[in-house]
Design a protein around this ligand. Structure first.
Ligand code: FNR
Length: 180
């Protein structure tokens, strides 16, 4: 059984990408279970001085949660053509743990945007950062959920577009195969 950790790139409650991440838990194939990791908004800004005084409880809980999964699905918006700061901060914290809880784990990325490009520009930079942690990134097929307001209901947490849901389900099956 592969335990998939879903890491959210958005901190806000009415987040489209967070809703997509929650929906992913219901789309995983047999042989995979999914769990939402603590939201990056629960973490302080990385500061070596803070770490030197002792690992904050919220960071320790986040690291333990990532330790406990076999693979990561990162579901995120693109901010200014790049990685949202909260998500990058979360990865920076994880990178300080020894052994590194990201190293050697498979990862895949879903980007989500109300715009037409679907957050496509977050992929390259995020892949680059994940590779710096020796993650095994499934580069293709990529998932970009464009015009997401028409496809995701944040109230119910459902994917409301049947083609999108089928595409995401198929992607998770491919990722499950990649994890083996
Ligand atoms: C955005 N947004 C955005 N969208 C996009 O497609 N490309 C971009 O570069 C950006 N940049 C950006 C920067 C900042 C600071 C904000 C707040 C927003 C819009 C963004 O995709 C939109 O607000 C999403 O709904 C955010 O994702 P969540 O919170 O709904 O998951």
């Amino acid at each position: 059984m592969t335990k998939l950790g879903i890491l959210e790139g958005s901190l806000r409650n009415a987040s489209l990408s967070r809703a997509a991440g929650r929906a992913a838990a219901g789309l995983v194939p047999d042989g995979m279970t999914a769990v939402a990791l603590p939201n990056p908004g629960s973490l302080p800004l990385f500061n070596q001085d803070v770490l030197d005084e002792g690992m904050p409880d919220s960071v320790a809980a986040f690291m333990d949660a990532v330790d406990g999964v076999d693979a990561l699905l990162i579901v995120t918006p693109e901010y200014n053509w790049s990685i949202p700061g909260g998500l990058k901060n979360a990865i920076d914290w994880l990178s300080r743990r020894k052994p590194n809880p990201l190293s050697g784990k498979p990862a895949t990325i879903w980007s989500v945007s109300p715009g037409l490009l679907g957050g496509a520009r977050v992929h390259e930079g995020l892949r680059h950062t994940l590779l710096s942690q020796s993650m095994l990134v499934m580069a293709t097929p990529e998932v970009q959920i464009a015009t997401a307001k028409a496809k995701i209901d944040v109230e119910t947490g459902q994917i409301t577009n049947a083609d999108t849901e089928a595409f995401l389900q198929d992607h998770l099956s491919k990722f499950a195969a990649f994890c083996h």
